[in-house]
Design a protein around this ligand. Structure first.
Ligand code: DCT
Ligand code: MG
Length: 495
């Protein structure tokens, strides 16, 4: 972590480090400086005192003693211009770090080793030399999914399936943070051009913590992970997975049913005190069909149906497939379409009209239309999980089958989940990017925009906090360019 030579070297301690109290300095080779900009004075004071109480030395000024500069919410470019103005230079023992390094160190009660993912890169530095002068040359994989190219060819499925199970189980227990850590680890492995051959190869990869490594290690040694096996056999996990596979049943409802002792669909459906909502009722009614994956061929057949309905309502409107199929997936749990309407206001009338047409064709099994609540004045928002405000609908439609199978004897169609979204024309590009996914890719794109570039991105806008302006984009390439990112094609976004 810190070379022993440094541990024995005596440093002049800045007086200010002791200003807040009489805490003993435990880590003599680390002097923190917290950047007040964006963090704010009171949070900075609070965090400084917290660090001092844990034995860290905190300098209130950016003196020559400072070894670790910690910043929160500043765009790398602005931060670095400011640091350079102050005469700060990065060397092998002077680091400029995200607040994540600080919070991890506070929870560990000691300075945790600095990893690539903690650095705030100096954008003017040669990008080819990786993240930092002290970075190992093999650490070329970015901690941000939006800086990795992830196709559907996953060479590490044995590991990523295991990590995804752990992530899902943590999500079911409400541990969103830990769940995300495992999802990130799996995502890094999905981006690798080849399968891992030795555990040591994970050492230079970002986002792989000790818990993920332990799972990978066991798979290398025994062919499977005991932690994963245990989860797969766990009654709670199995029941939560079963219940949440029903359209309209989220983790909260699934947990509620599980806690009431219910374990099967039959028990749920015969429990008199349970009142299913409209979505759940449809979910159970068409469970057999909609729990089966939709193929690319079926998605293409649906596109023709949607296109025909859209054009019938508005001949100048166009339909694009989005979601997983746009990313080149062969199967999906639904089919996502985004509709482009060239005339202002048309986006609000097109979906109700398409729904009416499906009804008249007798192919609509379920529809939930959500009218637009889009209002540019309420943007940008910082909430990732929030659904966007565009006019959209969640449908279940009948799709004609090529051949009747045994299971569907008597009917020549299968039920398929379809999502349609119709943004206003000037919001189309942001909406297309957002709906193309994957969810983790989008999440990292937003995180990268915020932490590395001081910009806010969502399905509606890209907003520059430094200039307080909305940044225009006609194509997805424009958005990547605004963010200073290499363009990643949709089929490379399977993070
Ligand atoms: N999305 C979004 N806002 C949300 C949730 C999702 O913008 N609150 C985006 C991200 C992916 C896209 O919508 C489509 O969602 P899904 O259909 O759930 O994902 P998918 O990648 O298409 O997966 P699948 O192939 O299973 O349908
Ligand atoms: Mg989808």
């Amino acid at each position: 972590m810190f070379p022993t030579a440094l541990l024995t070297r005596k440093r002049r301690r800045p007086e200010v480090a002791f200003a807040g109290g009489h805490e003993e300095v435990k880590f003599r080779d680390v002097t923190l400086y917290l950047v007040e900009r964006r963090m704010g004075k009171s949070r900075r004071n609070f965090l400084s005192n917290l660090a001092r109480s844990k034995g860290f030395c905190v300098d209130d000024a950016l003196s020559a003693d400072v070894t670790h500069v910690v910043s929160e919410g500043n765009a790398a470019q602005e931060l670095w211009s400011w640091l350079e103005e102050q005469g700060f230079r990065e060397t092998h023992d002077k680091h400029v770090l995200h607040i994540s390094w600080f919070t991890e160190s506070m929870s560990a009660g000691r300075p945790v080793p600095v990893e690539i993912r903690h650095y705030i890169q100096n954008p003017t530095m040669d990008q080819r030399s990786c993240a930092h002068p002290s970075a190992k040359p093999e650490s070329a994989v970015s901690p941000y999914a939006c800086q990795r190219r992830t196709t559907i060819d996953n060479h590490n499925k044995i590991f990523t399936d295991a990590l995804d199970v752990v992530a899902e189980n943590l999500e079911f227990s409400g541990n969103q943070g830990s769940s995300l850590a495992f999802k990130r680890a799996a995502s890094v492995l999905k981006s690798l051009p080849a399968g891992l051959t030795r555990l040591e190869e994970t050492q230079c990869l970002p986002c792989l913590g000790e818990h993920s490594r332990a799972i990978i290690e066991e798979i290398f040694e025994c062919g499977s992970s005991s932690r994963v096996e245990e989860i797969l056999n766990d009654e709670r996990y199995r029941t939560m997975k079963l219940f949440s596979s029903v359209f309209g049943v989220g983790p909260k409802t699934a947990e509620n049913w599980f806690c009431r002792g219910l374990r099967t669909f039959e028990q749920v459906l015969s429990e008199p005190s349970i009142r299913l909502n409209r979505m759940q009722t449809a979910g159970f009614l068409f469970y057999e069909d909609i729990s089966k994956p939709v193929s690319r061929t079926e998605a293409s057949a649906l596109k023709i149906i949607v296109e025909e309905a859209v054009i019938c309502v508005n001949p100048s409107a166009t339909v694009n497939i989005t979601g997983g199929f746009r990313r080149g997936k062969e199967f999906g749990h639904d089919v996502d379409f985004i509709i482009k309407t060239p005339e202002a206001g048309q986006e609000d009338v097109i979906l109700p009209a398409v729904i009416e047409r499906f009804k008249s064709q007798n192919i609509l099994l379920y529809s939930d239309l959500q009218e637009s609540t889009f209002d540019l004045r309420q943007l940008p928002t910082r909430c990732f999980e929030a659904m966007d405000h565009f006019s959209k609908c969640f449908l279940i439609v009948k799709l004609k089958r090529e051949q009747e199978t045994d299971a569907t004897a008597g009917r020549d169609w299968r039920a398929v989940r379809v999502d349609l979204v119709a943004p206003p024309l000037e919001r189309f590009t942001y909406a297309l990017l957002g709906w193309s996914g994957s969810t983790l890719f989008e999440r990292d794109l937003r995180r990268f925009a915020r932490l590395e570039r001081g910009k806010l991105l969502d399905n509606h806008v890209l907003y520059d906090k430094a200039t307080n302006t909305f940044l225009p984009a006609n194509t997805e390439e424009d958005i990547f360019a605004h963010l200073g990112l290499e363009y990643i094609e949709p089929w490379q976004r399977n993070a």
